[in-house]
Write a protein that binds this ligand. Sequence first.
Ligand code: NAD
Ligand code: UGA
Length: 456
Amino acid sequence: MTKICCIGAGYVGGPTMAMIAKQCPDVQVTVVDINEKRIAAWQTDDLPIYEPGLDEVVKEALGRNLFFSTDVDQGIRDAEIVFVSVNTPTKTFGAGAGCASDLQYWELCARRIKEVSTSDKIIVEKSTLPVRTAEAMERVLHSGQTDVHFEVLSNPEFLAEGTAIADLENPDRVLIGGHETPSGQKALQTLVDIYATWIPRERILTANVWSAELSKLTANAFLAQRVSSINAISALCEATEADIGEVAHAIGTDSRIGPKFLKASIGFGGSCFKKDILNLVYLCESYGLQAPADYWRQVVAMNEYQESRFVKTMLHSMFNTIAGKRIAIFGFAFKADTGDTRESPAIKVCRELAAEHATLVVSDPQAMEHAKLEMPELADEIEFEVDPCKAAEGAHAVAVLTDWKQYKELDYQRIFDSMQKPAFLFDGRNMLDHQALFDIGFEVYSIGKGKKTHLK
Ligand code: NAD
Ligand code: UGA
């Protein structure tokens, strides 16, 4: 029986390993982590992350060929294949602070693997890493006296939160990078064979290690760039009475552009887009490529502009003062169907509203606990109310920040009746029926569309 160990039981390690275990009953998968609480939670009905469909996948394999453990060393020692799926956040100190990838967790894993391994292993980079990290990894692994051989592969993960299970079950592609040496190609084939259990062979792409590493950063940069591009146009729409929905549809029907990822919003969030673009920026700068670095940095700058622009619209439309006004925040997660709030645009929006002395009531169906932790400095000032209708009671405004589909189904007449007048609604996701809201009596503001106001 092939034995796999995955270091890191987070948003990527947990679901990806659960899927491999589900699809390959003859492979033993052990996910290890230093976070005891997380490891314990993976073995209960209350999983540490919210992801539609994840419970069933975990349930099917848990205890059969899927195991979770805090014994990192034993997990590594027993395995033929070790995935490393630890966090690689943006560095907050020293050289490259605010831009470069913080590789300390990654390197700690490499050192641990080297320290405890007594047999040859394939090491798989699952975390998103700067191009040529595998080279540093190999140096650490093969430093000093050792008889053990490590073959490093790059197998970046492309799942999106909220759709992780569908993405893992039926991915557009799986990418595996390996060295063009006989042992590199043999290791690559071993991993291809595992994925080929459930993924059509033509969707399993192989490449050299550096291309695989760079493709991950590039994919996220291109995706984020589309959001920033459409958001840039949304500002122009608001100034010109063009409608961003119509523009997105018109350009998206061009098969070269395509319709996906053209939804204007308050901005992209999530743990990776910003960090991965800044990582790319840092890499470009490290190689002396200033123009490409500046080009990609602008995608992040545009996103920050969009978040602040939304707050400015709120402030301006509410007569340039929101001090003491109750504002209900509908949604704090960075997107629907996740409880993840990392880099959520809601954080910046709430901070900027709080700086104007607004009274905030935050509501979200899955992200309340994380929301509280994101803004510790405002913990005493912000109210948290899971029921959006209650959150809106007595409010001057509602701001929709996450595209939870349940927000479409609320009784907006009841919400309107319970609010202060004029009642403002700011749809940061362009997801509600603006005409219907206007007809109820709301002052309606959205992204890249004309405002609908009863005020003269
Ligand atoms: P995460 O923070 O949810 O999980 C990482 C886990 O690694 C944590 O539980 C942490 O305790 C553990 N860990 C850290 N150092 C460790 C060590 N030395 N030994 C054992 N465990 C250790 O992170 P994530 O969201 O799963 O992301 C992991 C990587 O995958 C990142 O590089 C990220 O860029 C990439 N990625 C994330 C997503 C996503 O949707 N979140 C998608 C694709 C790729
Ligand atoms: C993204 C990528 O889609 C994944 O392929 C990648 O694996 C992952 O990052 C990663 O490396 O972490 P994720 O961040 O989970 O996945 O979610 P997305 O669906 O990409 O959304 C990111 C942000 O962009 C969200 O805040 C979303 O609301 C926003 N967005 C997305 C828009 O504002 N408009 C769009 O048209 C699409």
